[in-house]
Design a protein around this ligand. Structure first.
Ligand code: IMP
Ligand code: MG
Length: 178
């Protein structure tokens, strides 16, 4: 089997959209500060690029959760592998995620974060596959809605690979040439 990556969203398109979201967040939180929570590992590249474009004061934290299931399907049974270092209480929290697929992972995590008493809690996702939704999740900032295809790059992986691609691509599998 060969794997090829077809460009879905170019580096320029992604960066332009992130600039728009950064400007939107800066306007929405004018005169306040925001606390960005990166869901590792997929959202790391997105969060760094987004943070650079936010003009109000920003702090960061990181968490890692693993959802039981196959490599391309989550189960909704989520285990926190690495929890946040700092409390969320009284902060303007924005959860930064790479992609919302079935919604199971984020529905679970948002409930946990809400229980920690933030001043406000919003969700920002680079990508959304609305056709795949099983559990409802309210996304406040979305980079792009994409069709039901498995994508890699800009932090997203297939079996831990392709995270470093500076664009978003669709992974396609073909037969090896003879
Ligand atoms: P959900 O719980 O089904 O919404 O799964 C969301 C998680 O599945 C994301 O945070 C990704 O880690 C992973 N995921 C879903 N779709 C893709 C994809 O197309 N490429 C890479 N990872 C994906
Ligand atoms: Mg993820």
């Amino acid at each position: 089997m060969t794997e090829t990556i077809r460009v879905l969203l170019s580096e320029d398109e992604v960066n332009r959209r992130i600039s728009e979201i950064g400007a939107q967040i800066s306007a929405d939180y004018a005169g306040q500060s925001v606390h960005l929570v990166c869901v590792l590992k997929g959202a790391a590249m997105f969060m760094c690029e987004l943070a650079k474009r936010i003009t109000v004061p920003v702090t960061f934290d990181f968490m890692s959760a693993s959802s039981y299931g196959s490599s391309t399907e989550s189960s909704g049974v989520v285990r926190i592998v690495k929890d946040l270092d700092e409390p969320l209480r009284d902060r303007n929290v924005i959860i930064v995620e790479d992609i919302i697929d079935s919604g199971r992972t984020m529905a679970y995590l948002m409930k946990i974060f809400q229980d920690r008493g933030p001043k406000s809690l919003r969700l920002c996702a680079l990508l959304d596959k609305p056709d795949r939704r099983v559990t409802e999740v309210k996304t406040d900032y979305t980079g792009f809605n994409i069709p039901d295809q498995f994508v890699v790059g800009y932090g997203l992986d297939y079996d831990q690979r392709y995270r470093s691609l500076p664009y978003i691509g669709v992974i396609e599998f073909g037969e090896e040439d003879a």
